[in-house]
Design a protein around this ligand. Structure first.
Ligand code: SF4
Length: 488
């Protein structure tokens, strides 16, 4: 996982349950009548959790509404891995509680990483919250909501529900029904969360403490879910986990991502299969060969590197060296024509000297990544990095992040400019409100939410269509294009 922008995900809510799983009512509680809304914070993995929560609440008899005001129940699915993300989550909780106080909602339930991190303390920090549920309690949300909305009190009177991780993976490869989801993304785009947790223990990261050990979802269950998503109109499937390259290692002791991709590549209806959150040490030759030879797997790789200096990589416990990273990047560029690389770097990690930062800047100038996320190191409680000597002052951490982003901006703009005049396929995401022939879309080189977009003019287009477009101009990190071919 890397420090991606923790964005509040818009709950577009196409209220479409892939498969109804009857939760059954809690003992003695009638089916609640009413509506719910979800504030989904943080990363796409948390968004998938929000979708599963949505399916449960729908199965419990509640109706989804994208509008917070007027929802009987507001669920705040929080993010908690960085101080900034925790602050944003607290603001969202206070906003939900304020709506309840003013009579626009009847109950507030808080879930997600901040619940797992703060636990019961969150009830003190946020008076007015009805229930706090850790990440492992999310499968119980239907029951818990039913209790609160029908009795006004949490089930068994317990406002805080500490629960331990369930054995999500079985050693067997038997197909498990996939968890039902209320889709909150655009109808033609879906995330597939292939595993939970992480076994890397980077010294700056809180995720292993929040999400626990790495647990892969069974392969057959993922393929069945992807088939159902494709049948429901999904054209772009985005694979996510804390570390997608580690998929399968906890099950059979070796990576299974390549095998999963080959199975997904056979699914009719899917156009693009996108890979996020790769870890450099597990990008195997088999995986590279599979990406190169699968027709639906696009040559777009998100490979957070965090740093390039060997001393800093060791202090981060990144288990990879500069030389190994450079060899890998050269091999990827060679093996994957049209490769688009996204990565992430941290600046101001404890012990980073001006010279080591300069080394990072030079590396970024050389490698010319198409997309780059830069974050100033954030000292997090209960992480080994917090205890390291030679902490870099906050202002300096931020100054270095700005400098590195300025270097990258020139590279990114030059890359975007180099595409002008070319014809590329654009996946149409949205119609521009109030416009008949103006749309927002993306090329395969642009992941949703984290990369730029393409503004397209063209006739007879609809969201979910792919259309050949001529790129005519750059506008910041975005492109402008005209449709020139037949959509499909
Ligand atoms: S421990 Fe490392 S690999 Fe795992 S989620 Fe954190 S940053 Fe990512």
């Amino acid at each position: 996982m890397s420090h991606k922008e923790t964005k509040r995900q818009p709950a577009t809510g196409s209220a479409e349950n892939l498969s109804q799983m009857s939760l059954g009512e809690g003992p003695g509680h009638p089916k609640p009548r009413g509506s719910f809304s979800i504030i989904s914070l943080g990363c796409p993995k948390n968004l998938v959790d929000s979708e599963q929560i949505g399916a449960q609440l729908t199965a419990a008899g509640l109706r989804f509404t994208p509008k917070l005001e007027g929802a009987d129940l507001i669920v705040v699915n929080t993010c908690g891995f960085l101080a900034a993300a925790r602050e944003e989550s607290l603001r969202a909780i206070h906003e939900a509680v304020d709506l309840k106080r003013r009579g626009f909602a009847r109950a507030v339930i808080v879930t997600g990483c901040l619940s797992q991190w703060e636990g019961e303390k969150l009830l003190e920090l946020c008076p007015g919250v009805d229930q706090v549920v850790g990440v492992w309690g999310e499968p119980k949300l239907g029951e818990l909501a039913t209790a609160i909305l029908t009795t006004g009190r949490p089930a068994d009177g317990r406002a805080y529900l500490p629960l331990e991780p369930t054995a999500q993976t079985s050693q067997s490869q038997t197909a498990e029904p996939f968890p039902p989801r209320l889709r909150l993304t655009l109808p033609h785009v879906a995330y597939l969360k292939i595993a939970e947790g992480c076994d890397r223990f980077c010294t700056f990261c809180t995720i292993p403490k929040i999400r626990g050990h790495y647990r892969s979802r069974p392969l057959d269950s993922l393929v069945a879910e992807a088939q159902a998503l494709a049948a429901s109109g999904v054209r772009e499937l985005i694979l996510v986990a804390q570390d997608t390259t580690y998929y399968g290692v906890d099950i059979i002791g070796r990576p299974l991502l390549a095998e999963l991709l080959k199975r997904l590549d056979r699914i009719e209806g899917l156009l693009w299969i996108r890979l996020l959150y790769l870890y450099p040490t597990h990008v195997t030759e088999e995986l590279v060969h599979t990406v190169a030879n699968c027709k639906r797997v696009i040559p777009y790789l998100d490979l957070p590197l965090q740093h390039i200096n060997d001393k800093i990589l060791r202090r981060m416990n990144r288990q990879v060296s500069r030389e190994e990273i450079e060899r890998l990047l050269a091999h990827l560029r060679e093996s994957l024509p049209g490769l688009v690389l996204r990565t992430t770097f941290l600046t101001g990690f404890p012990g980073e000297t001006e010279a080591e930062f300069a080394e990072l800047c030079e590396f970024v100038r050389q490698q010319r990544f198409e997309h780059l996320g830069v974050f100033a190191y954030s000292p997090e409680p209960n992480t080994p990095a917090l205890k390291l000597e030679d902490q870099v002052p906050e202002a300096e951490r931020k100054r270095r992040a700005e400098r590195l982003m300025a270097i990258q901006q020139e590279i990114a703009f030059a890359w975007l400019e180099s595409q002008i005049g070319s014809t590329v396929e654009v996946l149409i995401d949205l119609r521009v409100p109030g416009e008949k022939d103006a749309f927002v879309g993306r090329t395969y080189a642009q992941a949703p939410e984290i990369d730029g977009v393409v503004y397209v003019t063209g006739r007879g287009l609809r969201p979910g269509m792919i259309v050949p477009c001529e790129l005519v101009a750059r506008h910041g990190y975005d492109l402008v294009a005209a449709a020139v071919g037949k959509p499909r």
